[in-house]
Design a protein around this ligand. Sequence first.
Ligand code: XMP
Length: 511
Amino acid sequence: MQKVIVLDFGGQYNQLIARRVRECNVYCEVKSYTTPLSQLASEKPIGIIFTGGPSSVYDPASPQVDPAIFELGIPILGICYGCQLMAHHLGGRVTAGTEDTAREYGKTDTFFETDCKLFKGLDKEGVTWMSHGDYMEKVPDGFSLVAHSAACPTVAICDESRGFYGVQFHPEVNHTQHGTDMIRNFLYEVCGATGDWTMGDYRDTAVAQIREKVGDGKVLLALSGGVDSSVAAALIAEAVGKQLTCVFVDHGLMRLNEGDEVEAAFKKWDINFIRADAEELFLGKLAGETEPERKRKIIGEEFIRVFEAEAKKIGKVDYLAQGTIYPDVIESGLGASATIKSHHNVGGLPDYVDFKEIIEPLRMLFKDEVRGLGRELGLPEYLVMRQPFPGPGLAIRVIGEITKEKLDTLRLADFIFRDEVAKAKLEDSMNQYFAVLTNMRSVGVMGDGRTYDYTLALRSVTTTDFMTADWTRIPYDVLDRVSTRIVNEVPHINRIVYDITSKPPATIEWE
Ligand code: XMP
């Protein structure tokens, strides 16, 4: 399979570059700029993309490349810092821009030379997304100028004979019109990509690899019902069938019908599927507990205990499978940040389950690719497109003490919210949306009588990374339908509020 390397200089959009390349059906991997050149060369990439980064190339402490990289005969696309780095090494000159020369930020009208392969087939004029303080004052010998803006004469450069291209703007960001087309041009017109990265091929290769690795061994997987673990389970099921055991710990904190849906989805494979019905156990342990972090801890511990008990029944397993995906791999090792909430990730499993090796078949996939693979494997759409759901489930959406009655109330209200969103076809604009049963009661009037019942909060966010998020501008008529239905159909709720805080300062979940 052809491969492109995205060489990471610390820019904020690096994952996005890799995703764009993959969207063009070309496989790529993100590597640190510190990766030795011999290693990069040994992977025989068809092209290399230098990412942006926060440094200035003329700063002695800035991340650099081994100049021999320009002698490998491999096409290179430099983006922002990556472009300046290329110019700097090949005889150009990069300096700090000033307001009226070439420091640019945001959407910028840009003019392109469409004879250049990078801009082939595109309009001569378009908007690009800029974010640079430095600029190329002198372009290296052998390079042509192929784009400019009002403030900056050197927006894009190329040396087509060597396959070197550099752009000051960010083609990977959506605000750049036709940005993905430019990346596609680099891949197909310059690097000779054939588009051999498809989920169908990935599935066949991964199935063969898993079969070879596992042999006649046993595989154990903790299935949460989330997208990643479900797709990992489906893939391994396809590869080794009955040798796989999926343990689905049903903690009774799932949404309406969710446990049954997960179980039904896995019926089609001839695997060992264990649904550990642990609702009573979890609710018992959570009784009287009101503090969010304690709730998370209890659920995390019990989850592992139930999983371990099931694993013991199975006996010695050879492989433990996990649904780790590529962003987890790229992000790990970036240093610890403050713990706002201790996320209980059901992927993180106990050390004391007796196994010899871990299998992570989604390790190199982005989330949208995982979804594509899930479809390829025949998982139902509602599982594949499932929004993120926290490991502790509804326990952190029932504020304060948890009871079965409160959970049932929340489940029904949450279902109605999701149902109306689906009817209004708003799912794509809402990345995560759910209901929260607050611990507050207020006075209402229903029929001719006074009520004193719970307030339900609706929450919906629009986000790409879930680290920051904006509240979704849901149309009033949809909110109105949701509100009317919930107060009519769900007992013990007499007031609905909509959460209009972004993250930060709020978080997405209420607890
Ligand atoms: P917050 O509330 O921190 O949520 O803004 C960010 C994302 O993480 C999810 N979340 C969790 N996921 N265990 C999980 O597996 C948890 O304890 C947990 N808490 C929050 C949340 O749903 C959102 O997608």
